[in-house]
Structure formats: structure tokens, C-alpha cells
Ligand binder design. Structure first.
Ligand code: NOJ
Length: 496
């Protein structure tokens, strides 16, 4: 284990208190992982037939603030790193931005109506930190809070459960300017303060909170590969420190939400687990896939669920390992109520006699893909991701916080969109998810990414992920054929 170094947190008493609070009740670092708390209804795998999901399974759709809201400069919203990045020429396809996006900020009532027509029972959206704290910290902006309050009320009035995510990559630019954003522990502490405020303001009406979305993506692409905001390419030691600050922010936020919520809240991350899929399902390959999943996520979900960095992770990092304290590890592993995973692609593996005991198999050149260049098809991931969460870490409540596909939809002359590819994707993915629930893997719900076509980061408006088509010239919404498929799935609570 890397030698713990004194951090700013050790010198600051209120930070020490926050870290203590975060770690309270967590498994001691290095101990066998404790199961995530299991307070939600248990799956009843026996009652669902060959296609059905457990009773009470929750269906929903997902979006994120920067990708859908627009109104980037309205009602006191501060600038985020994504505003700055997208406004920098050459960063995004066709120099597109989220300035207007799909105008969800003004059209949220219409969009809630759309959710209703899908029969959706829940909505995963994200809260834009710079709408709440334009400078990242300080005095909250009442107009920002008011927007999310109106959205939550609208959802509840339509019997749709709100599942907010507190961080979907739109860091206040002020924090990037002040101390390098996630390069500093200060951002983790600022995030916990913001998360606590959200809990205080919304926990009377909101029960579930996701902390950070896809730490592995925003850290690796934003701070390692200069592909996402803030566009940095940090050396290994600094990048490991950024990874550490992200998981620390998660743990501190879990504790802050729990401390300031007005009634019991349920809290968890929404992480893009790198999901090792055994190419051939034999015992040795399955064991290799479990080993691989643990190591490939060592800097993110593994440390969150185990309270320690794996030996292999620290050995590979060597002198570049992150600097951390035991108290921080405890804070990172603050028990969660559920684990959310975003599942898009598989990572095929097989066993190997050589260390680390598994071999990663690159997809064949002709492996089928969706329209997003990174998205190879592999519905099996939607079986293995939750199964790994249960088998490796004994997680008791799992949400598929995102699953979906990028397509090049075309509008036919009669104005309809026959996205047979998305339906194929959905049917095959859900069949694999159903395999998991049939085996008693405790998956509680599924959020389709996305409700609407939207700003797809560096792809701009080039690939479409929505069940609902958006004409970007008029912002008119038209449900695709897949919206009808999804509605039927929800209605029957089954693979259709
Ligand atoms: C995961 C991200 O959370 C979301 O923002 C993105 O649009 C989808 N992947 C598709 O790339």
C-alpha cells in the first residue's frame, strides 16, 4: 500500500470531521467488502416467467443537464468547464455546443408529458452544479434551485420518481480556474457541500440520489486524454491523484447527503463499470472475467466497494500511485444503498496462465457496431455487469443507470422514424438483463439512455441516443418506433 501522506484534510478540522462522518460504518480498509445495504424490495425471480421482470422493477429514462438543458447563461447559471470547452474552436464536431441543446430548461413540462406517454416510472436527470453555485461554492442561486424544484414537482405530479445525479461532468469553471478542478482535493470538498445542500433542499420529495456519473470517463477523457473538458493530458501521478479525488468526492457526498437529508435517502454512484465478459462461459473464464472486472475498475468502483486500492493497481502505479490517507479510504468506501452502472459495451476476456490471470481480447475487425465509433455490440454485458456486482462485491441493490445506443436515424417521408436498430439493441440487451434477474441478481430498475436525442459530447449532435427524435432546427420532438417498443416493455414489465 502506498505510504499515506499528510493532506490538506489533515490540517483542516472541519475536513477531518467530514472525513470521519464519511467513513463512519464503512468496512475497514482492506477488510472483505461489506454488501451494499439492502433496504429495497427483493427480486422474486420465480414469478416472472421466461420474459418478465420482477414485480416492482422500475423503468425510466435518463438525460444530463449539459446535454439537454440549454439556457446556458440564464437565471444566474455560472459557466462550466463544458461551456468553456465547447466554445473552444475545434473541440467538438462542427463546433457545436450545449448552449441551446434541446431546450429542456424551458420545455421540461412537455418532456415530462413525453415520459408519461412512454409509461416511464422514473427519470434520471442531472443537476447542473453551476446553476446552484455559479462559482462552485458560496451562496446558492435561488433561481437554479427553483428550476429543479419545479422539475421535481412536475415529475411527482405525473407519478414519475425523480432520480437526480449530482455531477454529470459540468464542473463550475471557477473551480477549474481556482485550483485545477479535480486536480485538487478542494473540489471533492466543494462537491460534498453542494451535495449536502441538494439533499437539504430536495430530500423531502426525492428519495434516490446518484453522486457522480462515470468517474472513469470524465477523469480519463478529460484529464488524461484531452478529449473531454477540461482538455488536459496530465502525467501519470497527477492523473492518479485526479482519480483519487473523484472517488473521494463520491464518498464525502454520500456522507453529506445522509447527514443533511430530511428523511432517509438512498444514495449510490452511476459508474461505467468496465465489464469483462467471458468469451466462452466456462468456470475458468468466468473466474478470469471476475478478476479482470476487479482490476480494470481498481481506481473507481473497486476502491469504492472495497475501501482499498488493489495490490496490482498500486504496483503498476509505483511511484505514481495516488497520495491518500487511511481516513480517506474509509470515506471513499462509505456504504452506499445501491450501485448504478452505465452499460454500453462488453470487454471480452479469457483466462490466461500468466499474470494478471486474464487476457483481454480486442474485438474482431468485423465485430458489429452501433453508430458511435466506440460502441461495439455486446448485449451480454447487461447480464455480466450486474452479476459481477453481486458475485464480486455482494452488492444488494443494483440500477442500470444507463444503457442505450447511438444511431443515425432518418425521418421517413411520412415523418416517422423506424429505428429498428435501437429496437434490436433494446430487445437483446433486455433479454440479457432478464437472464440476470431470473438468476436472482438484485437489479431494481433500468434507465434508458436517453429520453431524447441530445448533445453527445465531442460528437455534438451527430449521433442520436433518444427514444424521441429531436429536429434540431425546430426542437420539435417525435417519438421513434423504439419509444413504442419501450412503452410496451414497461406496460408488460417484460422483454417484448
Ligand atoms: C454515458 C454518459 O453518461 C452520457 O452522458 C453519454 O451521452 C452516453 N454515455 C452515450 O455516450
Amino acid at each position: 500500500m502506498a505510504k499515506a501522506r499528510t493532506t490538506a484534510a489533515d490540517e483542516n478540522p472541519s475536513r477531518r470531521a467530514l472525513i470521519k462522518l464519511a467513513g463512519a460504518g464503512a468496512a475497514a480498509a482492506g477488510a472483505a467488502p461489506a454488501p451494499a445495504q439492502s433496504a429495497e424490495p427483493q427480486a422474486d425471480p420465480g414469478q416472472c416467467g421466461t420474459r418478465g421482470f420482477p414485480q416492482g422493477f422500475l423503468w425510466g429514462t435518463a438525460t444530463a443537464a449539459y446535454q439537454v438543458e440549454g439556457a446556458w447563461h440564464e437565471d444566474g447559471r455560472g459557466v462550466s468547464i463544458w461551456d468553456r470547452f465547447a466554445h473552444t474552436p475545434g473541440k467538438i464536431r462542427n463546433n457545436e455546443t450545449g448552449d441551446v441543446a434541446v431546450d429542456h430548461y424551458h420545455r421540461y413540462q412537455d418532456d415530462v408529458r413525453l415520459m408519461r406517454t412512454l409509461g416511464a416510472q422514473s427519470y434520471r436527470f442531472s443537476i447542473a452544479w453551476p446553476r446552484i453555485f455559479p462559482d462552485g461554492v458560496g451562496t446558492p442561486n435561488p433561481k437554479g434551485l427553483d428550476f429543479y424544484s419545479r422539475l421535481v414537482d412536475e415529475l411527482l405530479a405525473n407519478s414519475i420518481a425523480p432520480f437526480p445525479t449530482l455531477y454529470h461532468w459540468d464542473l463550475p469553471q471557477a473551480l477549474e480556474d481556482r485550483f485545477g478542478g479535480w486536480q485538487s482535493r478542494d473540489t471533492a470538498y466543494a462537491f460534498a457541500d453542494y451535495a449536502g445542500l441538494i439533499a437539504e433542499k430536495f430530500s423531502d420529495r426525492v428519495e434516490h440520489f446518484f453522486t457522480l456519473n462515470e468517474m472513469a470517463t470524465f477523469v480519463e477523457l478529460g484529464y488524461g486524454q484531452a478529449i473531454h473538458a477540461p482538455g488536459l493530458r496530465l502525467p501519470a501521478a497527477e492523473l492518479n491523484q485526479v482519480r483519487h479525488h473523484a472517488v473521494l468526492a463520491h464518498g464525502l457526498a454520500v456522507a453529506a447527503i445522509r447527514a443533511r437529508a430530511k428523511r432517509a435517502a438512498k444514495i449510490g454512484p452511476a459508474e461505467n463499470l468496465t465489464t469483462a465478459v467471458p468469451t466462452i462461459e466456462s468456470d475458468d473464464n468466468i473466474a478470469a472475467a471476475e478478476r479482470a472486472t476487479r482490476e480494470l475498475n481498481a481506481g473507481y468502483l473497486t476502491v469504492i466497494l472495497e475501501g482499498r486500492y488493489t495490490d496490482a493497481f498500486l504496483k503498476a502505479a509505483g511511484a505514481d500511485a495516488p497520495k491518500f490517507t487511511d481516513d480517506e479510504l474509509k470515506a471513499i468506501a462509505t456504504p452506499v444503498d445501491f450501485v448504478g452502472v452505465n452499460v454500453y459495451t462488453p470487454q471480452y476476456v479469457r483466462t490466461s496462465p500468466a499474470a494478471p490471470g486474464y487476457e483481454i481480447l480486442p474485438p474482431a475487425r468485423s465485430h458489429p457496431r452501433m453508430a458511435s465509433s466506440w460502441q461495439i455490440l455486446g448485449p451480454e454485458a447487461l447480464y455480466w455487469a450486474p452479476r459481477h456486482l453481486r458475485n464480486i462485491w455482494n452488492v444488494g441493490n443494483i440500477y442500470i443507470s444507463e444503457n442505450g445506443c447511438g444511431t443515425n436515424d432518418e425521418v421517413t417521408p411520412d415523418g416517422s422514424i423506424s429505428d429498428t436498430d435501437r429496437i434490436m439493441f433494446l430487445r437483446n440487451n433486455l433479454a440479457m438483463l432478464k437472464r440476470a434477474t431470473s438468476e436472482g441478481v438484485p437489479v431494481r430498475g433500468y434507465f434508458h439512455w436517453s429520453l431524447l436525442d441530445n448533445f453527445e459530447w465531442t460528437d455534438g449532435y451527430g449521433t442520436r441516443f433518444g427514444l424521441v427524435y429531436v429536429d434540431y432546427a425546430t426542437l420539435r420532438r417525435t417519438p421513434k418506433l423504439s419509444a413504442a417498443y419501450f412503452a410496451e416493455t414497461v406496460r408488460r414489465n417484460a422483454v417484448v
